[in-house]
Each structure stands twice: as structure tokens, then as C-alpha cells.
Ligand binder design. Structure first.
Ligand SMILES: [Cu+2]
Length: 192
């Protein structure tokens, strides 16, 4: 999975003239992929965030010069994706669901990649751009969030994979994708 993610990102990065840092960061590592179907009865301590996209394999693979840039069936062509960004500064099918949620302190949040592209679920102090300058500019986020410049390989969530974080502190936490920076979720963590 690591090699796959790096491959996808590496080629995409090269195609889009991205510079990507490998510094370490502190977010919890990837989740065990078994856990995400196990919602608790109360729904209080395990929460799911779905990461969605609608990439069209033929056009995305061609544009990103990567035969596995998009691992799903059909969808929005790369050209239409860019057109949507130019018009709306986002492509709506690329989103986190839900966009906001309330959880109890100590809860686990599991982000599951239901799309065909690699995403990240990165906690940031302030929403900002990610690691792909073209997408930053098209989405109106010209300045990268510092956290996105300090990703480690385990931060990249491949299609079908999951990434878990534990909310250990009350307050408001912001999560975004560091590839598609308009993909965002706001989490309100209530104290116990
Ligand atoms: Cu993304």
C-alpha cells in the first residue's frame, strides 16, 4: 500500500510539478482496516468520515500519467474536474462526509476512502492549501497548510483504506485533504 501510494503521489507530483516534504508529524498512524465497519451501538465513541471522489479512470490516469491514479469505475473526467474547479473552486464529488460532526472526548474518528484516488485526512490548525500547487490555485487556497508540508507515507490513504485518529482533547479540530484542499471536515469535541 505504501509503494502504491507513493507511486500514485510520485507520478502525480511529477506531473504537476509538486514539491513534497517528508518531515515527520504527530498524527496517529493508519487504522486497522477491520475497525471501520464496527460502529458501536451507541454511536458515541466510533465515528466514520467517508472520503469521496468521482474520478474517471481513463482521463485521470492519462492526465496524471499514472495507470493507477484512479481506481474506480466511471465518473467525472479530468477535464470536467478542472472545469468545475475553475468555476466553483471545488469539485463537489470530492468531499468528506459529513462536513461537520460532534463527538465526545476520547472518541475515535475513522476516515474511510470510498473514492478512487488517494486522499489524506490531515488535522490542521487552519484550513489551507495542500501539496499540489495546481489544485491549491484552482481551489483558491494558494498557501499550503504547514501540516500538509509535513506528511509521512502513512498519511496517504489509498482507495479502500482507512485512517483513524483519536480525539483526546475537547475543542474544535479541523481536518482536510492535503491533495484536494476543499475536502474538509470540522469536528467539535465535547469534554467529558
Ligand atoms: Cu483528496
Amino acid at each position: 500500500m505504501y509503494a502504491l501510494s507513493r507511486g500514485i503521489l510520485g507520478v502525480a507530483a511529477a506531473a504537476l510539478l509538486v514539491a513534497c516534504s517528508d518531515a515527520s508529524r504527530s498524527t496517529s498512524p493508519a487504522a486497522a482496516s477491520r475497525d471501520f465497519s464496527a460502529r458501536t451501538e451507541a454511536g458515541e465513541t466510533n465515528h466514520i468520515v467517508s472520503m469521496h471522489d468521482a474520478c474517471d479512470p481513463a482521463t485521470f490516469d492519462a492526465a496524471l500519467q499514472d495507470p493507477s491514479a484512479c481506481l474506480r469505475d466511471g465518473g467525472v473526467t479530468f477535464q470536467e474536474f478542472v472545469a468545475q474547479l475553475q468555476k466553483h473552486q471545488q469539485a463537489g464529488a470530492w468531499h468528506f462526509a459529513p462536513p461537520s460532526l460532534n463527538v465526545a472526548e476520547g472518541s475515535t474518528l475513522t476516515a474511510i476512502n470510498r473514492g478512487g484516488e488517494v486522499h489524506t485526512f490531515t488535522e490542521v490548525e487552519h484550513f489551507g492549501g495542500g501539496i499540489v500547487p495546481l489544485l491549491n490555485n484552482l481551489s483558491g487556497n494558494p498557501t499550503a497548510a504547514p501540516e500538509c508540508l509535513a506528511l509521512t507515507p502513512s498519511d496517504f490513504v489509498a482507495p479502500g483504506a482507512a485512517f483513524a485518529v483519536t480525539e483526546s482533547e475537547a475543542g474544535v479540530e479541523l481536518y482536510q485533504c492535503c491533495i484536494h484542499p476543499w475536502m474538509r471536515t470540522t469536528v467539535r469535541v465535547r469534554g467529558s
